[in-house]
Write a protein that binds this ligand. Sequence first.
Ligand SMILES: [Zn+2]
Length: 258
Amino acid sequence: MIAINLVELVIVSFLGLAIGSFLNVVIHRLPRRQSIVSPGSRCPGCRTTLRWFDNIPVLSYAVLRGRCRTCGSGISIRYPLVELITAGVFIWHYLVFGWTPLLAVRLLFAASMVALFAIDLEHHLLPDAITLPGIAVGLVASLFLPPGIADALIGTLVGGGVLWLIGEAYFRYSGEEGLGGGDVKMLGMIGAFLGWKLVLVTMMLSSVAGSVIGVAVIAWHRGGLKRALPFGTFLALAALAASLYGEQIVTWYAGRLG
Ligand SMILES: [Zn+2]
């Protein structure tokens, strides 16, 4: 177990809220091809630029009761949710990794997964603007930190390559696109950050979760909704689980084999 330091915990929590607030901008603007830098945060209803005190994570939403101060139009519950979820995911990573250089890398990775989850859920899209730089950053970080560059390179190839092959085979066989190119690049990114063992864990967890939830959704809707939930959302959740507990899962699995 790591020693929990209250100051560190507070820093990680506030960092999570602030990054979550930034992710809201990314999630809203990136699929719409708008700049994520300027202009500042605006109300989607009346386009009034938010002042700093109306732009405080979670708190402003609570004080304004989910309405814009100027025009009164409703603000999506997604905003405080993304902020709280990001803070939660950050704290969880701190509890697992402690105040280490690897924590910084994994927080960056986790923030990217939160963004990809939300964008894929809403737009069925995994933007190259996140996944391609993600592959590069993951590989560079792995030069200095776990899983190490060899594991990371193999992970990128396994993650991207295997899924690409499955997609190609499915396409040749059925004539329709099975997995989007976005899934392939996202798995390449996961491999670059987590290495080949944990990218396999991610694939296993996401296909199990995807099957279970997919069957439930299809049963519920009696066959409709072929892809109600895009695969990238499952990949993001599985990658977060693999980042946190992948090593234990690998050790447990190896123990069962041995
Ligand atoms: Zn407004």
